[in-house]
Write a protein that binds this ligand. Sequence first.
Ligand SMILES: [Cu+2]
Length: 192
Amino acid sequence: MKLIKLIALAVVVMFGYNCKEAKKETKEVTEEAIEKVTEEDNVEVIKFSMEPKSNSSVKGEVTFTQEAGKITMVANFSGLTPGEHAIHLHEKADCSSDDGKSTGGHWNPTHEPHGKWGAAEGYHKGDIGNLTADAEGNATLEFITDQWCLGCEDENRNILGKAVIVHQGVDDFVSQPSGAAGARISCTGIIQ
Ligand SMILES: [Cu+2]
């Protein structure tokens, strides 16, 4: 009789233990799921059509995706002349003028000289660089940085309220204040 009781007790203890383990596992899985959803919620995507300027026929689309502290900018253009064209962020999201000059100068919140992105001598936070159009006049660009954000408190990083400008000419990364890149041929404001 004693033996039977002992076995029964052992079974009860084992069952209870398994139950606890199962509960713990469920809790862990649920917490993981919540974390994942929160992360997904933090991904922000904004997309714009670019307007032709200075009598160009340049069309384009640009997408900014913010995820895990980084922004990925993806842009596609058509109607460009083959070769290199400067692309920058300018300081005002105002594409109202025909020449795109309503966007002001380069976005340069840290008051550095114009230059190549990442240069030790300094560069503007809007100094994206150049893109290259193929023989058909199409160009794509992917640019990833942790130095920008969409709508964060840090005005040295916040690109909302700025503009994307594509130029007819090439950015030489040397001429001040804007790389001698010529006419502004495509424009969009970055507005949420
Ligand atoms: Cu520019």
